[in-house]
Design a protein around this ligand. Structure first.
Ligand SMILES: Cc1cc2nc3c(=O)[nH]c(=O)nc-3n(C[C@H](O)[C@H](O)[C@H](O)COP(=O)(O)OP(=O)(O)OC[C@H]3O[C@@H](n4cnc5c(N)ncnc54)[C@H](O)[C@@H]3O)c2cc1C
Length: 437
């Protein structure tokens, strides 16, 4: 198992109970012994979570009796079924699960890691970034706050929206809202990847007087003038930039010849089995499946993967088929939140979850209960999901409780799509007006 994050830990806890200990050895490799609760990074900048509530050791979350190695994975040699670590150790495998996730890569955008990095340019997709942003927000009392997504796909694609809603509410609470201009800059044509949700979330940005700069593909950041510059030469100035850098799979995936151009492992989207090698699987954010990169997807897909894997090693066909099921709470500020539930085929719809009428959670609607659900999720993560205990929610998405809507397949921008880097358009240079314009 390469990676002891969300997917790796769940799989190992489930498999260690069901595999014959005399026949199977499980080895887990991770570069360090820190397991972060990544959804907590959203709350760190606003001081509502402390760093201590976010990190635990990987070892404490893994079952006894498995080998946990700390080391950087350097390369997989699929021809000889071996993994090499950066310190030279070599591990042989019969089956390999890649669960090395995806990481923000500020180095991929010219100017992002320049002199303004963590001075006026921040990210909250890392522990260090979220902590640095918390300190910067304490000092920020006027100007232009720009929240920016570099390119899709990113993990938790709703997180930048949530950050924007929380920042807006936080500024209001501090009496600073009328001194701060909020701008949401996205490579997508709207607020989100799916049409019904995009419309709902887009109108929430509008109600909060947050400007949206859509279809914006950043080419570079001019650190001197504090400006985002796009391939089509639009400019967005900022005083404080909160960016989500390009997300990429692990470099060892590329070095091993197992990845696509963003280092994601091409797999069968229903079984998560590598398209190139039958004894390799990629689970969680490391694969190229066309659904959100999210802990919920890791959870639902692990349920299918584990049963399939046990069938496979017994010499039977894998009968489980993952449907791309994802659900995400969306914090909207003022102690409220929304919930979305969808899969490969069905976009987020309105209605109730998990039960028809009774809910108790409302889909695509701002409620207090959805916010409380998001907060409760941290406990569920540590105590139910990671230990591999059963959660009474079906792995497959259900239409029960959902209000059917006409789907607009042409408008659906799947989470797995990413834009091809474009050369600049010779068109007009357009500048997003600032307060003085
Ligand atoms: C700000 C934020 C908010 C989020 N909010 C939500 C949410 O509300 N709901 C939700 O469902 N999801 C949310 N997510 C997404 C969720 O955290 C991830 O989708 C999930 O953790 C993916 O699990 P994974 O096992 O695929 O990857 P990870 O949990 O990231 O684990 C990957 C592991 O691989 C290890 N690794 C990588 N490369 C190497 C290497 N070369 N050698 C050794 N080890 C390596 C890493 O150290 C890491 O431990 C959020 C994410 C962020 C950043």
């Amino acid at each position: 198992m390469l990676g002891a994050g969300t997917a790796g830990t769940m799989i190992v806890n489930k498999l260690s109970r069901r595999l014959d200990k005399f026949e199977w050895d499980i080895t887990v490799v991770d570069r360090d012994d820190v397991h972060p609760y990544q959804p907590g990074y959203l709350f760190l900048p606003f001081g509502s979570y402390t760093p201590e509530q976010i990190n635990r050791t990987c070892r404490s979350l893994l079952p006894k009796g498995i080998d946990f190695l700390i080391g950087e994975v350097d390369k997989v040699d699929a021809a000889t079924d071996t993994v090499t670590l950066a310190d030279g150790r070599t591990l042989a495998y019969d089956y390999l699960v890649i669960a090395s996730g995806t990481s923000p890569r500020p180095d991929q955008t010219p100017g992002m890691l320049g002199p303004e990095w963590r001075r006026s340019i921040f990210d909250f997709y890392t522990f260090e970034g979220a902590k640095a942003l918390a300190a910067a927000l304490k000092e920020f009392d006027h100007g232009r706050l720009v929240v920016h997504i570099t390119d899709m796909p990113i993990k938790c694609p709703v997180a930048p929206l949530e950050f924007t809603f929380l920042a807006e509410a936080w500024l209001r609470e501090k009496g600073l809202r009328d001194r701060v201009e909020l701008v949401y800059v996205t490579p997508l044509p709207g607020a989100f990847t799916k049409p019904v949700a995009s419309e709902r979330l887009g109108s929430m940005l509008e109600e909060r007087k947050i400007m949206v700069e859509s279809d914006f593909l950043v080419e570079h950041i001019d650190a001197e003038t504090k400006t985002l510059v796009s391939y089509d030469e639009r400019e967005v100035p900022f005083d404080l930039l909160v960016t989500v850098p390009l997300n990429m799979g692990a470099d060892f995936v590329a070095r091993s010849g197992l990845g696509d151009e963003l280092n994601y492992v091409p797999v069968d989207k229903h079984t998560l089995q590598s398209k190139a090698f039958e004894n390799i699987f990629a689970v969680g954010d490391s694969s190229d499946i066309p659904t959100s990169k999210a802990g919920s997807v890791a959870h639902f897909s692990v349920e299918v993967f584990v049963d399939n894997f046990l069938q496979l090693i017994d010499g039977n066909p894998m009968t489980g088929s993952f449907d791309g099921h994802a659900n995400c709470f969306i914090e909207s500020g003022d102690g409220k939140g929304l919930l979305i539930d969808f899969n490969y085929e069905t976009e987020p719809l309105t209605g109730t979850y998990p039960l028809p009428l009774a809910g108790p959670l409302a889909l695509l609607k701002e409620t207090r209960l959805n916010h409380l659900g998001k907060l409760a999720f941290r406990w569920i993560y540590w105590n139910v999901l990671l230990p591999g205990r059963p959660l009474p929610l079906p792995a497959h998405m259900s239409m029960r409780g959902k209000t059917a809507a006409t789907t607009h397949p042409k408008e659906d921008v799947t989470d797995a799509r990413h834009h091809t880097r474009r050369t600049p358009d010779p068109g007009q240079r357009r500048r997003v007006p600032d307060r003085s314009d």
